[in-house]
Design a protein around this ligand. Structure first.
Ligand code: WT7
Length: 655
């Protein structure tokens, strides 16, 4: 980094500055009176009901919350439809408003109005119905970031068929496992997608997956790259043909508030991903309320950009359901931030006058590394609010974001939440909250968060421990698909059925601000994405030349954590660079490129307790070049010295 910039940042950090909401911002914000917190605390059901009223209900609910710990249901008796709320209800007044400005990586542009999106969704919904898809049937979606992706989700929502979106970066095997767990009947995919100038072969992956998914009857193929992909007679159909032939009239089904909206798979501490199950009324209430109030969105004037991928929950909630429910105009960009050059995002912001940007710390740190000259080339003065999500944001990245992207004038909202919570749960309110760089600040109104110690006692201000939610929120998942026992065990095993344990460590400062400290389980956070150590280990030992493997997350300057693997090859194979390359490719094949280890250390043995449990904690110390923790329970302590000497070179490879 430039010396001058470095000095500015250091000065800012040294001041331990806090940031008041800019006066003009606070004045016009939807929320600028802190009384909202105490009101919501006094009567959370009334608060959430007032947020649910922002939606269109075919039939009003009789009861706001039924809490039978660890389960909870919201807006019981209410009937609504997510697709209707995201589309139909805007048509009369705002049908010509742009829903998405879409930008393809190679440079194409499409502008999709609410009216156009509505028509496409109705046609596709009819096509799905014609295929025999009925309420409750699951549809898998494996698409790049093209307008057909939100259209496909909303078409499913329109007829009450839960979707399961699988991130386009996942491998054929990951896709197969997710399809099989959900027993999806239809897969919607594309010939391919663009990423950093390359074509991602989605149809080839889909073909490989669908060879082993007995439930799939039909594969719908969007033409994106127009490459010549084989179409299997009787199974594969062309998306454009289908949509063209289907009727544009499709009544949205009146669904129960608790009908399933979607399943989204996320990593847990075992090799099997968890199907996080979201329902309709509570989820839509949560995402629309938080999108409205955390980003203080003005649908008439704002151009909003959540630069995540729709394949993750961030995209589900804050590219699709939240913004569309609020009738907002969004950017949808297909590709990489450095294609064709490192200023792609800033050129998009300038061209479209983006006013709200929501991204992840890993992206911000990467931009920091590239330097501010790329942003400097563009006029970013349209930005009025910045957001961050996915992992703890270090104060340095926070300040850089606010200074170099926000021009020093924008609030930065650091939002904590998870696939499970469905919507933002801990966050500043930009018209109220005094910001502290690095802190997600306070629970959103109606969210009851706390930090507990091992025994379940609140640590109080100044203390550190485990983050918990003491009361359900409407947007929260209902269970793990087909595995309620795992739901109970994973999230309520620690403190009992009334207290949700998200798996994060946290600290409360003297002002009661929350500082999130990262995962406390064997789940890594790689560039804002959740990957379990166990999944990567399983993929490694799946290779024929691997006897044993252990994986830990190691701090990484851009990506938050980097995947460090320790591998014992079988006696028949030498652990060399060639094997390392093979293993990286193997993990990419089994899980996807995002799960490839950054470093692989080959070792004859792994540090184990006397009962044979691998001590990942010690490997993490080794990977980060730290003093080793307690080694007294090890059965094979000398192996650590050997591993350490081999691992010494890890630190230097990523400045
Ligand atoms: C985990 C959830 C929520 C969408 C993206 C990730 C971490 C998320 C923050 C934040 C500190 C954060 C937590 C959480 N996390 N946002 N603002 N500050 N940590 O969704 O894959 O479900 O991961 O991401 O560890 O548990 P996810």
């Amino acid at each position: 980094m430039d010396r001058e910039i470095e000095a500015t940042l250091e000065a800012l950090l040294d001041e331990r500055r806090t940031f008041e909401p800019p006066e003009a911002f606070a004045e016009s914000a939807f929320l600028n009176d802190p009384a909202v917190y105490s009101e919501a605390e006094r009567d959370p059901d009334a608060w959430w009901a007032s947020q649910a009223e922002r939606l269109d209900w075919f039939q009003r609910w009789d009861q706001v919350l039924e809490w039978k710990p660890p389960h909870h249901e919201w807006f019981l008796g209410g009937k609504l439809n997510a697709s209707h709320n995201c589309l139909d209800r805007h048509l009369a007044r705002d049908g010509d408003r742009v829903a998405y400005h879409w930008i393809g990586e190679p440079g194409e542009k499409r502008t999709i109005t609410y009216r156009a999106l509505h028509e496409e969704v109705c046609r596709l919904a009819n096509a799905l119905k014609d295929m025999g898809i009925r309420k409750g049937d699951r549809v898998a979606i494996y698409l790049p970031m093209i307008p057909e992706l939100p259209a496909a989700m909303l078409a499913c929502a329109r007829i009450g068929a839960p979707h399961s979106v699988v991130f386009g970066g996942f491998s054929a095997e990951s896709l197969r496992d997710r399809i099989n767990d959900a027993e999806a009947k239809v897969l919607i995919t594309a010939d391919g997608g663009y990423r950093r100038g390359d074509v991602v072969p989605l149809k080839a992956n889909a073909d490989e997956a669908v060879g082993q998914t007995p439930s799939i009857e039909t594969v719908i193929v969007v033409r994106r790259t127009n490459e010549n992909v084989p179409m299997q007679e009787g199974r594969d159909v062309d998306y454009a043909d289908l949509v063209e032939q289907a009727s544009p009239e499709c009544q949205a089904e009146a669904l129960d508030s608790e009908d399933m909206l979607y399943i989204l798979y996320t990593s847990g501490t075992t090799g099997k991903p968890k199907g996080i199950l979201h329902t309709t009324g509570g989820y839509l209430t949560g995402v629309s309320a938080t999108h409205h109030l955390v980003f203080d969105v003005r649908p008439e004037t704002d151009v909003y950009w959540c630069a995540a991928d729709i394949g993750w929950v961030t995209g589900h909630s804050y590219i699709v359901y939240g913004p569309l429910a609020n009738g907002c105009t969004s950017i949808l960009y297909e590709g990489a931030p450095d294609f064709p050059d490192k200023d792609r995002w800033w050129s998009i912001i300038e061209e479209y006058g983006v006013s709200i940007l929501y991204t992840a710390p890993t992206a911000i740190r990467t931009f920091m590394k590239w330097g501010p000259q790329y942003a400097d080339k563009h006029d970013l003065s349209s930005l009025r609010l910045l957001g961050s999500v996915g992992e703890p944001i270090n104060p340095e990245a926070w300040i850089w974001y606010q200074q170099f992207i926000g021009g020093g004038k924008t609030p930065v909202v650091d939002t904590w939440w998870q696939t499970e919570t469905g919507a933002i749960a801990i966050t500043p309110l930009p018209g109220i909250t005094t910001l502290k760089p690095g802190s997600a600040t306070k629970p959103f109104p109606g969210v009851f968060a706390d930090v507990l110690d091992e025994q379940g006692h609140p640590v109080g201000r100044g203390g550190g421990g485990y983050l918990v939610l003491k009361r359900p929120i409407p947007s929260m998942f209902r269970t793990i698909y087909k595995d309620d026992a795992r739901y109970r065990e994973t999230y309520f095993g620690r403190y009992g059925d009334h207290i949700y344990f998200p798996g994060d460590g946290a600290k409360l400062d003297d002002d009661g601000y929350f500082w999130l400290l990262g995962r406390v389980d064997d789940v890594m956070n790689i560039a804002g994405h959740r990957i379990s150590t166990y999944e990567v280990e399983s993929a490694l030992v799946d290779h024929p030349d691997v006897a044993e493997a252990a994986v830990v997350g190691r701090r990484h300057p851009q990506e938050g954590e980097a995947i460090a693997a320790f591998v014992t090859p079988k006696a028949t194979r030498i652990g060399d660079e060639e094997l390392a390359q093979e293993l990286r490719a193997h993990v990419a094949k089994v899980i996807g490129k995002i799960a490839r280890p950054h470093s692989i250390v080959f070792t004859e043995d792994l540090p184990k307790t006397r009962s044979g449990k691998i001590m990942r904690r010690l490997l993490r110390d080794v990977a980060e070049g730290r003093q080793l923790g307690d080694v007294t329970t090890l059965q094979n302590a000398p192996i650590l010295d050997e591993i350490r000497s081999k691992a010494n070179s890890l630190q230097g490879d990523e400045a």
